[in-house]
Write a protein that binds this ligand. Structure first.
Ligand SMILES: Nc1nc2c(c(=O)[nH]1)N[C@H]1C(S)=C(S)[C@@H](COP(=O)(O)OP(=O)(O)OC[C@H]3O[C@@H](n4cnc5c(N)ncnc54)[C@H](O)[C@@H]3O)O[C@H]1N2
Ligand code: MOO
Length: 401
């Protein structure tokens, strides 16, 4: 049995990024950049209009400043729409009909919004002196060709995907989505909706939580299987999973029961144990191993134990293999408690709780089998071995959950 900190250290050591791949841009959502992303062109590529209106030369409207009561009529030489190619300079003494996002022809100094212009056939009539704002977005005013828009290690979320698309690159070098296989073991397990039909069975709940954690962190569930405690079938499933997965998560069968086969099912494939049992509560039987490049994480079957150990060990593995930083996920934050918390026993304890007005609250039911509390829990409060009782107002280390 090793300490929690030693186990986390081992997880950090093996959570190295998968080999980067060039992937079509449209498939890159939620992936992480393996190189800096540079812009192909200036944005905007040309000076463009910020408004719908008429492009003019300042000197053609200068009379409005000296004689504000004398309107100025200019012939409309051409039109420029978003998507039009940039036009040459229009003749002096004329103007251009122009729309938002359209290239501004050379020689045009500003755009007068159409609300301030009267249209008279092929002429535009200007009556009010132009405003301060020229309504022109200058080329490169957002970013310039060659500029780094996003740095290596950035995860492409719904906002940065937009920035990335603007770089106009067809493929990106990214870390691929880690592929996971989840194996839920136990003769008693039945799919939700069927457990009530068989005496002695229970709904298989853990894999549904784990699969959601995997997907929410940008990784991929290749397959999620329910398996009976049959050593031959388990060994077969292990062999197949080892061919396909970057990480295999096995739930249940981690302890010392007569039908606890989670570790032995991998033994004959050359399993190297990284740790087995951690001095923590819940989750003491958690284990981690490797066969070749495949990481195997064994979670205890008790649902709260499984989800706590998944948050603490699987999440950093998912982030690390995806090329993302893991230190925010493995470090606790100090948060004030609004409840008294009892003295702790001799195992590191990760108590389930929730934040209310930014302060720690604790569930009174802390059993490792609990499923009900999981729906409301959003923090784990870390209690070191033999920690004395804490009082409301004390600050304690907390992980998001
Ligand atoms: N003699 C000892 N007994 C136990 C020890 C020990 O050290 N000595 N450790 C206890 C601790 S701590 C835990 S945690 C559990 C974990 O054991 P396993 O990983 O072998 O889990 P199972 O026995 O397979 O299941 C435990 C419990 O959880 C239910 N379960 C299992 N899988 C699921 C699932 N996918 N969905 C919902 N519920 C699940 C299962 O029915 C059991 O009730 O061992 C203690 N025993
Ligand atoms: O280590 Mo277990 O998860 O306390 O029941």
């Amino acid at each position: 049995m090793i300490s929690f900190d030693d186990a986390i250290h081992k997880i950090e050591t093996i959570a190295t990024p998968l080999s980067p791949k060039k992937i079509p841009f449209a498939d890159c959502a939620r992936l992480t950049l393996a190189e800096d992303l540079n812009a192909r062109s200036n944005a905007p590529a040309h000076n463009v209009s910020a408004m719908d209106g008429y492009g003019v030369r300042d000197k053609d409207l200068s009379g409005l400043n000296t004689s504000p009561n004398t309107p100025i009529r200019l012939p409309i030489h051409s039109e420029s729409f978003a998507g039009s190619e940039p036009q040459k300079s229009p003749p002096e003494g004329s103007c251009v009909r122009i729309f938002t996002g359209a290239p501004v022809p050379e020689g045009i100094d500003r755009v007068i919004i159409q609300e301030n212009v009267e249209r008279d056939g092929d002429f535009a009539v200007f009556k009010t002196p132009p405003s301060q704002n020229d309504h022109i977005r200058k080329t490169g005013s957002d970013f310039q060709a060659g500029q780094t828009l996003l740095t290596r290690g950035t995860q492409l979320n719904w906002k940065s995907m937009t920035t990335a698309a603007a770089a106009d690159q067809g493929t990106l070098l990214v870390y691929p989505r880690p592929r996971l296989i989840v194996l839920a073991t136990g003769d008693e397990l039945m799919p939700p909706g069927q457990a009530h039909t068989k005496l002695g069975s229970i709904p298989e709940s853990v894999s549904y939580g784990i699969n959601t954690l995997i997907v929410e962190n940008g990784a991929q569930v290749v397959r999620s299987e329910r398996l009976n405690d049959d050593p031959r079938r388990l060994e077969k499933a292990a062999k197949l999973a080892l061919r396909e997965a970057d990480i295999i998560v096995v739930t249940g069968g981690a302890s010392v029961g007569e039908r606890d086969y989670a570790k032995s099912m991998f033994e004959k494939f050359g399993m190297e144990m990284i740790f087995s049992k951690v001095a923590m509560k819940p989750g003491k039987p958690v284990w981690c191993a490797r066969v070749g490049h495949t990481i195997i994480l064994g979670l205890p079957g008790n649902p709260s134990s499984a989800l706590v150990t998944a948050r603490l060990f699987l999440k950093p593995l998912l982030l690390g293999l995806s090329g993302r930083a893991i230190k925010d996920c493995t470090k606790a934050k100090m948060i004030e408690s609004c409840a008294d918390i009892p003295a702790n026993g001799d195992r590191e304890n990760f108590m389930r709780g929730y934040l209310e007005d930014g302060k720690i609250n604790l569930f009174s039911f802390q059993d490792s089998s609990s499923q009900l509390t999981l729906a409301k829990a959003d923090i784990l409060i870390r209690r070191p071995p033999n920690a004395p009782a804490a009082k409301a107002g004390d600050k304690l280390p907390v992980y998001d959950f």
